[in-house]
Design a protein around this ligand. Structure first.
Ligand code: UP5
Ligand code: MG
Length: 210
């Protein structure tokens, strides 16, 4: 629960957003499935703005915000940060950007995230990209990423996989039941994966992946 002013601000952001009516694609997949890598390619070719929920949360830690320590502890444990925090960061980033098409990477991660975003933003995604990759391949990638992420150690990686299976896959199943999921095999080399992704963003070729 926020203060009255915070709640009013949130409502204002929500309705401003509904007016802007941006096009949103959710980009989901397990830890290390290649979400960030492919989003960078989509931005370059199709002019979307990339919003990684994880990057926004890590920036929030760095900024010394009052939620910083809580977010840091949750990320270290591979847990999902409360929806209110993540939804606010995403809405703010969308509202502050002039673009009208966004890739939202790594969100929604559970049912609560999904329902909170839909309720506050009043927007449904155009479609959901789902990068499907075997756990062994994702583990190998994360262990050799070497970018200093505090959650790229074997203990946290295993916790992240568990949370993905238990909480995030049901969100993908939800969108699948609405025929919104475009599932892509992301165990292949980056260029090959992008070949399939590209077709989905090219008018007239939307049926290239299932
Ligand atoms: N790589 C990529 N594609 C490859 C390919 N095809 N072949 C070979 N190598 C490939 O890729 C990972 C590594 O693999 C890189 O080194 C890359 O070069 C290589 P990347 O594109 O970074 O994969 P990505 O799916 O983005 O992996 P990431 O680790 O970012 O996924 P997570 O979902 O784990 O991380 P995120 O930043 O989204 O979330 C981190 C934490 O934040 C969560 O665990 C959670 O605690 C918290 N969080 C929330 O609480 N709520 C949210 O809404 C979001 C995050
Ligand atoms: Mg990422």
């Amino acid at each position: 629960m926020g203060t009255i002013i915070e709640d009013a601000n949130k409502e204002a952001t929500g309705s401003a957003l509904a007016q802007k009516n941006p096009k949103i694609v959710f980009v989901l997949g397990g830890p290390g499935s290649g979400k960030g890598t492919q989003c960078a390619n989509i931005v370059e070719h199709f002019g979307y703005t990339h919003l990684s929920a994880g990057d926004l949360l890590r920036a929030e830690i760095k900024s010394g915000s009052e939620n910083g320590t809580m977010i840091q502890n949750m990320i270290k444990e591979g847990k999902i940060v409360p929806s209110e925090v993540t939804v606010n960061l995403l809405l703010k980033a969308i509202a502050e950007n002039e673009n009208d098409k966004f890739l939202i990477d790594g969100f929604p991660r559970n049912e609560e995230n999904r329902a909170a975003f839909e309720a506050v933003a009043g927007i449904e995604p155009e479609f959901v990209l789902y990068f499907d990759c075997p756990v062994e391949e994702m583990e190998k990638r994360l262990l050799s990423r070497n970018q200093g992420r505090e959650d790229d150690n074997i203990d946290t990686i295993r916790k992240r996989f568990k949370v993905f299976l238990e909480s995030s896959l049901p969100v993908i199943e939800y969108y699948s039941s609405k025929d919104k999921v475009r599932k892509i095999d992301s165990a292949k080399p980056v260029g090959e994966v992008f070949g399939t992704v590209k077709a989905l963003f090219t008018p007239g070729q939307q049926t290239a992946a299932s």
